[in-house]
Every structure is written in C-alpha cells, then in structure tokens.
Design a protein. Structure first.
Length: 379
C-alpha cells in the first residue's frame, strides 16, 4: 500500500496498537510502531536506528544527513498512546468529513505522520544541516524515551509536533508531585489521653494548602500560561475505626510556571509545616518530592521560532497565534538539554477520550510547514 500520503500513512499508524504498558498493564508498547517507522524510513533511503530505553520500550532516530556547516533540527513526536477502554474499534481508522478517527490519531500519530512525510519531502533537498526524526516512547508516562534519545543526539533546534491547531506554542507549565505525611500516635480509641490523631493534623495542612492555592491565583500571571496551581490528589491514613490514626499522607500535584523552581515550591510546603509545628508541639509533618517535570519556554525571537512562524504564515495565509499550553510535554526535556525548542502540530480533538480525531487537512498543512521550515533553517 502507498504510505506516502497523509491518510494512508496515518491509517497504518493508527492500526498499530501502541498503548503504553506503564499506564495499562499488558499494553502493547511501542515495538510495533518502532518497526514500522524504521522500515518506512529505510524504504525511502533514510537511515534509522532503534534506541531502547527499557526492555520493550524502543524509540526511533532517523536522520537525513546534511553536507556540513548548516544548522540541524529535530522533528519530535511520541509513538505511545493511552488506553482504549470503552472504544468500540480503537485501531481501525475511520475517515468522515475530513477527520480521521481512532486511538492516537490526534495524540499524536497525526503529528508523527506529518513529521515522517516532511522528512521524506526534504531528503533530496541538499541541505547543509542534519534533519533528525525522534519518534519516542513513553511520553504519556515517564518520558523515558526522550531522555534516552537525548543521550545520542544534539541539534541546534527542536520542533515538537504535539497538536496545537497549527498555532505556535512557546511555553507550557511544568508539574511536580509531593507527599506530605503527618504523624500522630496510635492508641485505642478509648484513650484520648494517649492517642494523637494524625488525620486531624492533616486537616490543618489541607486548610493551609487551600490558602496557598488562593495565594497562587493572586500572584502576577504568566502572559501565556496564567497562574500556577496545586491540588490535593490522593489521601490515605489510619489503621482501623477503633484506633487513633498513627499517620496520614496526602499526595499533591503542583503545576508550575517557567520562573518557578522546585526549590521554591518545596520551600512553600516546608514553611506551612514549620508554622503548624510552631503552634502545636504535638504536630509533626514532613514532605518529600516524588517527581519533577520542569516547565518550558523559549524566547519568541529565537531563530527556530521566527523561522517556523514565517513558514507557517506562508502556508496558512496568516500569522499563527502564539500560545502557551497548560499541560506538560517532552519539549521541556529538549529545552533542559539546552536546545531551543518550539511546538506546532495539527488540529483535532479527543485526546485521552473515547472519541479521538485529527483534521486531515491540518496534518497535510503541518507536513508542509515542517518541510518548509527545515529547508529554510538547515539550508
């Protein structure tokens, strides 16, 4: 079958089960997708290698070598998807009214198709700089794919192709996960003279977290991202009904802005615990950070941003809007590695939902924008 046009290539990609096994036990993972992408590139004379971040978790690095002396660029998309519970036919692509439906069509196999086709479009362009396709594993969970790929590639710029409705995304929020534990003293429920209620002490912490959230919403907003935020996601504690609870633990997610550091976030939580301890000698609380994903931003005047904006305008007939994203993406890892990074991808809807679709015309336009940008940037 001809896999050199948007529709047939995307149908083939959607047909491959690449559910992330870290999200759904028994999920197929990216192995089938990696074989397809690698073989597709090889059939078009584009060398590709497989990078294995963990057993069964491959990424693909494909490269069109330049003649030398030019700037290099990475086109990035992830191959994994979330689960398919409730979807009647998740891997059978359906085209209706210019939309292609199926799991991963929007998040983000449409973007991957655009990137692959753009790479093929420029392979005979005689560019000076290298063009690299990084089709990575595990973005939907811990991003082990991009972290491994970054050990093997360097570039002057990265275009992440997460869907943006063909707008130009130059910032997104980060997030961190934290555990706060309050410690009481276990005792029989009939002995208030001996017991200390660790859950009741957590109630004081929750009140203070609510106050902190209100304060965050009053701080000066980021121009594209608005305010940082936090919420208490999970809580557990106690042993049984007739005992004073020995401890209580709450798990918190904090969404961060580009100027916020993890040290500052931890200091906010530590200040709450110190203040509560100063008011009650029986209060004991501690916090620890369990995961950090940094925010991302790139200057609007960065060369890759300017080039992408100009080429997008030439295709769209208008200058794309400059936006920020509230959610996290792999762009932050590329930026943290010191590579100027920007995000532009196709239009659609239904990420992580039962009905997911991508607009085929926007995928074609994305392909064209990427190819034009690469030719200009890597000339």
């Amino acid at each position: 079958m001809d896999h050199d046009n948007v529709t047939t290539l995307l149908e083939a990609l959607v047909a491959i089960d690449s559910v992330n096994p870290s999200l759904v036990p028994g999920g197929a993972g990216e192995a089938g997708m990696a074989r397809f992408v690698s073989d597709w590139c090889g059939q078009r004379g584009i060398p590709a290698e497989i990078d294995v971040a963990a057993p069964g978790r491959p990424s693909v690095i494909a490269r069109v070598k330049g003649s030398g002396g030019g700037r290099s660029v990475v086109l990035n998309a992830h191959m994994d998807t979330v689960g398919v519970a409730g979807m009647p036919d998740p891997f059978c692509a359906r085209v209706e009214n210019g939309r292609l439906y199926g799991r991963g069509s929007y998040d983000m196999k449409g973007s991957l198709a655009a990137s692959m086709l753009a790479l093929a479009d420029i392979r005979a362009s005689g560019l000076s700089g290298d063009v690299i396709l990084a089709a990575v594993a595990d973005e939907e969970h811990a991003s082990i794919g991009v972290q491994s790929v970054l050990k093997h590639i360097r570039a002057d710029a990265v275009i992440v192709t997460e869907p943006t409705a063909l707008d130009l995304c130059i910032a997104h929020k980060g997030f961190s996960w934290h555990e706060i534990t309050t410690t009481g003293r276990a005792a029989h429920g009939s002995r208030p003279d001996l017991g200390i209620d660790g859950i009741a002490h957590m109630g004081r912490v929750l009140n203070r977290l609510e106050t902190l959230q209100a304060e965050l919403s009053q701080r000066a907003p980021h121009a594209l991202l608005g305010h940082g935020s936090l919420h208490a996601s999970l809580i557990s504690g106690g042993q049984e009904l007739s005992s004073y609870p020995e401890k209580c633990t709450v798990e918190i997610e904090r969404r961060t802005l580009p100027h916020e550091t993890i040290e500052a976030v931890e200091a906010e939580f530590d200040a709450i615990l110190r203040d509560l301890a100063s008011q009650d000698r029986n209060f004991h609380g501690r916090q620890r950070t369990t995961l950090v994903r940094p925010p991302f931003s790139v200057p609007a005047e960065a060369p890759i941003v300017q080039t992408l904006r100009e080429q997008a305008a030439s295709v769209l007939g208008r200058s794309p809007a400059t936006i920020g994203a509230p959610f996290w993406m792999d762009a932050a890892f590329f930026a943290a590695a010191g590579i100027p990074t920007v995000n532009l991808g196709p239009d659609g809807a239904g990420a992580h939902s039962i009905e997911e679709w991508v607009d085929l015309d926007s995928v074609e336009k994305c392909r064209e924008i990427l190819a034009l940008t690469v030719r200009e940037f890597c000339a």
